[in-house]
Design a binder for this molecule. Structure first.
Ligand code: CUA
Length: 363
């Protein structure tokens, strides 16, 4: 399938469980398309030559041909292409279904896109920018969101691509099968430096990955950070354990079906938790009052992911909930609104000093 030489490579490397499947389907579509393109082009030329009007020959008037042969021919050229396209449909659908259902044992990694970088957060606490380190032969599930506009997380060597949307969580999964470095691209035009919104995926052996994870990882895990946030925001004042509070107990809620006051129910996934924090009036849990205030503007996208990770770990025996004292500043609580940039990235306010376009100096 791969046409490869030192200087020229038609396809990117096949480095995930999906790569050979996607290439197989792609190859099938190319072969079918090429076959019919050549056939049609050949017949156009062949018939044009063969049935060219010759001088002195009168064209007989057109009559419909209802012979058995003509009917069979019509059936054949309808049914065969239909069958071939249905193969494309079924094959494509089966790959799509597989790609859209992350396995339960997948390692979860959070990715936030923003103009113009990829921010990656591992559950154990490690963070990266424009890089993603993963162990080989492990199922990896990415939970993706954007801080500003639509981006798209595209790893050609894995043959996976997923839109990254503001205000929503999407997921993408893959199992890297080859140790190495692979390109990461943004595949959705997202502004001036869209083409520069690239990165590198490092697929490592399990030992190397564990070493990488252990080094430079002084920060707490996401769930621990989320627990700090939970306290700082005062969530625990109402969300008390065992239903003693004015708001629902959150232990073990993740992944469960929650009964709502309007008689419907909803699965408590990442998006539900996010909505409940930012738009608490949208869905009220059955038996509770509409008393929760919105935390819109008070919590960053990163902070939200940590909070979700903490809620996931609550009531989960494998959860990493520690009694670690709160030592760090509440950097994830924002004072300026949900889209605000970290301090280091603030731009000079409009009207203030700006670098001159001509000289690059401050005016
Ligand atoms: Cu981000 Cu294009």
């Amino acid at each position: 399938m791969i046409l490869e030489s030192k200087s020229f490579q038609l396809f990117p490397e096949q480095a995930s469980n999906f790569a050979s499947q996607v290439d197989g389907l792609y190859g099938y579509m190319v072969v079918i398309s090429a076959f019919f393109s050549v056939l049609v082009a050949f017949l156009i030329i062949f018939f044009a030559v063969k049935y060219r009007k010759k001088p002195g020959v009168n064209i007989p008037p057109h009559t419909d041909d209802h012979s058995i042969g003509a009917v069979l021919l019509e059936i054949a050229w309808s049914v065969i292409p239909l069958g071939l396209s249905l193969v494309m449909f079924a094959w494509g659908a089966s790959i799509m279904f597989e790609e859209s259902r992350p396995p339960k044992d997948a390692l979860n990694v959070y990715v936030t896109g923003k103009q113009w970088m990829w921010k990656v957060q591992h559950l154990e606490g490690a963070r990266e920018i424009d890089e993603l380190h993963v162990p080989v032969n492990r199922n990896i599930r990415l939970t993706l969101t954007s801080e500003d506009v639509i981006h798209d997380f595209f790893v050609p060597a894995f043959r996976t691509k997923m839109d990254v949307l503001p205000g929503r969580y999407t997921t993408e999964w893959f199992r890297p099968t080859k140790i190495g470095q692979y390109h990461l691209f943004c595949a959705e035009y997202c502004g001036t430096k869209h083409s520069g919104m690239t990165g590198t995926i490092y697929v490592m052996s399990v030992e190397d990955y564990n070493k990488w994870l252990a080094q430079g990882n002084g920060e707490g895990s996401m769930a621990e950070d989320g627990e700090s946030l939970f306290r700082q925001l005062g969530c625990g004042n109402c969300h008390r354990p065992e239903g003693h509070g004015r708001a629902p107990d959150l232990h073990g809620v993740y992944g469960m079906n929650v009964d709502l006051s309007d008689g419907t129910h909803v699965r408590a996934d990442e998006s539900y938790i996010r909505e409940s924090v930012l738009y608490p009036q949208a869905q009220i849990v059955a038996g509770y009052d509409r008393i929760m205030p919105t935390f819109k503007g008070l919590i960053s996208d990163d902070g939200m992911l940590k909070l979700i990770e903490y809620i996931k770990s609550m009531g989960n025996p494998n959860g990493v909930v520690s009694e670690r004292p709160l030592t760090r500043e509440p950097s994830d609580i924002q004072k300026t609104g949900p889209m605000a940039l970290p301090e280091s990235e603030y731009k000079a306010p409009a009207g203030g000093p700006r670098p001159s376009a001509a000289t690059g100096k401050q005016q």
